[in-house]
Write a protein that binds this ligand. Sequence first.
Ligand code: UGA
Length: 443
Amino acid sequence: MRITIFGSGYVGLVTGACLADVGHDVICVDVDVDKVARLNAGEVPIYEPGLESLIGKNQAAGRLRFTTDSAEGVDFGLLQFIAVGTPSDEDGSADLTHVLKVAETIGNNMNDYRIIVDKSTVPVGTASKVGRAVAASLEKRGRSMAFDVCSNPEFLKEGAALEDFSRGSRIVVGTDSERVKKAMMECYGPYNRQRDKMLFMGIRSAELTKYAANAMLATKISFINEVANLAERLGADVEEVRHGIGSDPRIGYSFIYPGCGYGGSCFPKDVKALAHTAEEAGHPAEMIKAVERVNSRQKGKLFEKLCQAFDGQLADKTIALWGLAFKPNTDDMREAPSRTLMEALWKAGARVQAFDPEAASECHRIYGERDDLVLADNRDEALEGAHALVICTEWKAFRTIDFDQLYKTLLEPVVIDGRNLFSPETVKAAGLSYYAIGRGDSV
Ligand code: UGA
């Protein structure tokens, strides 16, 4: 099957590589000349385990190409995926400029029936807007042509995207057309062999499903963080409570890990966008707004704990920070709790010595050279001359620590663990003060 994908960002690249890998012919179109040149030279601009080799393999096999030529792209595929970015506007709503631009491009260049597939995360009602944009472009050309628009939201997690694509729990398609159903079944057929994962539904339901799924997961996280804060006040240990509630299959263990708040390009943006959509629809969604408020407060927790440990005297302190990415196995720092912490520390006059296995260059790109930021090459270097250690991201490499050695290295015996990685007793046995999330103030 011939498939065109507009947008060679995270979603577009994963979708393109995975669909090419099962034998489809895929063209990826992007307006960024430099990015396309790099991709054609085998350089993948984002870090995602396994993606670079999957792209290379399928490029070599001739099934995956990158171009800036949108007319060629429109001409190529029966399926035209839109996988461009939908950044947050200032009011939290999703900015559809790029999506509608692609729709216009498709209308300007199509010469035959096309199926336009909304893959980007877009608010309910976007498929209709895309349809109108395509129709308007066709009309300007004085052409009338059949096309369909469907919604096919993605449920990929950064760091596990290839696995999620090939073994995801469901493939949601919003459409009312039999022709679209047939084409989407052919497209995803190779990933739909073991059991039928295709969920066909109305277009608006598919659009809302994406937001409802992310908002539900974000709700679980904010809920457990709220319980963690309560546990601190009440002298309970949230890790025990987590086991206590997760063992009920109706609740389950997933997405109830307390921490320093959710980040990334999806939850923060999608929760805000859904709250905005709800407001516009005349139904202020109180729970969704609270999920967002609890999360922004949670991102300030690590700084609060440092203030507590140092009696608010953070000026001229050097803080070692392990983990910059918003979660492990990615170099993505969008909305990462590490940023909230670093910015608060700098304001308070402290220095940061940070180490992250993947995100150092991203951090440098965001903050540039500054006297109060050192990007260390390894975790030990980050500890040199530091007064305290803060763990922001639960990379595997941070899970084993020689606490006796750490006690000797740190200028003050303070460990702030934003991911509850250790047993408080073990850390305390080495003479360190241990501040975790929801496990008592200092153990
Ligand atoms: C999320 C969803 O999990 C995907 O299903 C969805 O497709 C994607 O957004 C998207 O909309 O594109 P992602 O943002 O890559 O994926 O990352 P997650 O693994 O879900 O983690 C999000 C944040 O929640 C991280 O900051 C993580 O540290 C935090 N988290 C997660 C917790 O604090 N506690 C948990 O129990 C789980």
